[in-house]
Design a protein around this ligand. Structure first.
Ligand SMILES: [Fe+2]
Length: 601
């Protein structure tokens, strides 16, 4: 049985192709169009999946969609009329948008894919997140928690998942309805702190590490921690219904002071320790607000985790939704519960819902064809590039071509043995070069895990600054992450082995032992933590060999691993985009498959 899962319409459009229960493809539209968080109908991603497997839409047995458009419209309608005529703008604009496009999403899918109506299934948005969490987990039974900004109506939801007679079952336990949303609060404060909501939440989390929790009591009160379903947001501080206005109100500004000015730049430096920072009072105030928000978010997550574990009696937790990208909070949950097995999908956000819904239908409709062990174990299920021929184009360039880029030509070297390529890469990294790695299939989710990555030496703080300034164009307060040999984890990390075992795919933060912090400082935050990625030999052979060689050269099987993208762009989706980034930035070399391209001055 062949099922195509589709999610689009809000942000991060994505497509999953599932055959006989196995996820063959997970492709996000942004990697095809180079538009970050592209929300449009995923034409390119669908075409890619079908073409790669020689399929036409007629070959699809079923199509799934990640939300119930009618249910979602009822929320938008109710919200935009709730304070009419003050919500006149919200009402007129959203009605226009919904009647023009969004309300007919299922019909659009049917028309585009030529699939009969009866072969399209749709689920409420949070239920889709829950399916992704449970179907990907490999658990026989588990508690399921979903937290994001808002789905159709729900903002935080709890479920119980289990298998019965060979089919997956999901029971809904509780749903916290809009506008009571801790995810929306996190996004609103993200805007207040000067970052883009639905994108800059990771910056809020990074900034929180520089702050003191001075405003925790304020946030506990505003979020009504412990009230109602676990929290009760005081809506007078936010504009969740009047969504054409700033997401926070004047009342919020009066209580916490003015938002970040556009002209202000955060002067925090993740490469200095917590007590070495030197910033203005205003910057510190904003970091304290981020820290207090993060602390209270963690408290609410804690309440929800406790509740769903109690209600289900499970020791397993599958967790999804945009909030599950908050790796600081995830670590707190695990470190308090040494018995808990926790699963977070590689892409817990909206894109990932295409996967869970397709897997669920495949498993429900064709019970014999689905195995519990079909769950996704490795993230390398994304698009591959067929444009490696750009390597051949390089011979056509003349030194004139690079006049404005401060190098004269590329040295090109192809390798037949992976170990030899890895040795060369490790030597370059050890010699303070910035190396791009573009190999195999891209990773599912927002984290680069060695196939679309930029690697540098973990001990070179100045090099990390150069990487931020001249390649990534990212703020100095945002930390990098470490990719480490799994066999090195116990030696390097202070955190307990239970947390370290889970912290495999950059979904949790772990602390580095003090005696290793200087050697790995460039990959650590101001509190000496890092989002760890642990590598086993079978998972990513080239990366594994690079790390082995780094251990020989530096004493540590570790590198800094950051996503292969420039500021404002998604992770590169083609070899030509990767080559373009090598050419125009201060990167030194690029691996395209098994070919190494090196810039020569
Ligand atoms: Fe979502």
């Amino acid at each position: 049985m062949r099922v195509l899962g589709v999610s689009y319409g809000y942000h991060d459009s994505a497509v999953s192709l599932v055959e006989n229960g196995r996820v063959l493809e997970y492709v996000t539209e942004e990697r095809m169009t180079n538009i970050k968080h592209d929300a449009s109908y995923p034409h390119f991603a669908i075409n890619y999946c079908l073409k790669k497997h020689g399929l036409s839409p007629r070959d699809l047995d079923h199509v799934t969609f990640h939300e119930d458009p009618y249910h979602k419209f009822s929320r938008v309608f109710c919200a935009s009329t709730s304070r009419y005529p003050w919500t006149y703008l919200e009402f007129t604009e959203s009605i226009k948008e919904w009647f023009k496009r969004k309300l007919w999403a299922l019909g659009h899918l049917q028309k585009e894919l030529q699939v009969p109506e009866g072969r399209i299934s749709y689920f409420s948005h949070h239920f889709s997140h829950a399916l992704t969490a449970f179907m990907g987990s490999g658990f026989e039974e588990s508690a399921i928690l979903v937290m994001d900004a808002v789905g159709d109506w729900s903002c935080s939801s709890m479920y119980k998942g289990f298998w019965k007679d060979g089919a997956p079952q999901i029971q809904t336990l509780r749903e916290v309805p809009f506008p009571n949303s801790v995810g929306l609060v996190y996004s609103a404060i993200t805007a207040y702190l000067g970052f883009n909501p639905n994108d800059g939440e990771c910056s809020t989390m990074a900034l929180s590490s520089f702050g003191n929790p001075k405003y925790v009591a304020d946030f506990r009160e505003i979020l009504g921690v412990g009230q109602g379903d676990g929290y009760q947001v005081d809506q007078s501080y936010f504009n969740f219904i009047r969504f054409y206005k700033k997401p926070y109100t004047k009342k919020f500004e009066q209580r916490f002071g003015p938002p970040k000015l556009k002209s202000m730049k955060y002067g925090f430096d993740c490469l200095l320790n917590f007590d070495q920072q030197s910033v203005s009072d205003d910057e510190q105030r904003l970091a304290d607000i981020a820290c207090s928000l993060q602390t209270v978010f963690e408290e609410i997550l804690e309440l929800f985790v406790e509740k769903v574990l109690q209600e289900t009696g499970s020791r397993n937790l599958a967790y999804a939704g945009g909030c599950a990208l908050n790796c600081k909070a995830n670590s707190k949950v695990l470190s308090k519960r040494p018995q808990l097995q926790m699963y977070i999908p590689f892409d817990p956000g909206d894109g990932g819902t295409s996967m869970g819904t397709a897997q669920f239908v495949a498993a429900t409709e064709n019970r014999q064809g689905f195995q519990l062990s079909n769950h996704v174990q490795l993230p390398y299920i994304g698009s591959d590039s067929s444009d490696h021929h750009v390597v051949d184009m390089i011979d056509c360039f003349s030194p004139e071509s690079f006049r404005n880029h401060q190098f004269s030509h590329f040295r090109k070297k192809s390798f037949s043995e992976l170990e030899d390529l890895a040795k060369e890469i490790a030597h370059q990294i050890a010699n303070q070069q910035i190396v791009g790695l573009y190999q195999g299939r891209s990773e599912a989710g927002p984290r680069a895990l060695g196939n679309r990555s930029i690697l540098i030496h973990p001990g070179q703080v100045d090099l990390a600054r150069k990487l931020s300034r001249e390649v990534k164009e990212r703020s100095s307060f945002r930390p990098y992450a470490l990719t480490v040999l799994a066999s090195e984890a116990e030696r390097i990390f202070e955190s307990d082995s239970h947390l370290t075992r889970h912290a495999k795919w950059m979904q949790y933060v772990v602390k580095v032992k003090p005696e290793h912090s200087a050697a790995l400082r460039a990959g650590l935050h101001c509190d000496l933590t890092t989002r760890a990625h642990l590598v086993e030999p079978s998972e990513n052979p080239l990366l594994y060999f690079i790390l082995l060689e780094m251990k020989k050269l530096t004493g540590y099987g570790a590198v800094i691993n950051t996503s292969f993208n420039g500021s404002g762009y998604p992770i590169v989706g083609s070899a030509s985009q990767a080559l373009s980034m090598l050419t125009r930035t201060s990167m030194n070399s690029l691996v395209l498959g098994t070919t190494l391209l090196e810039k020569i001055p």
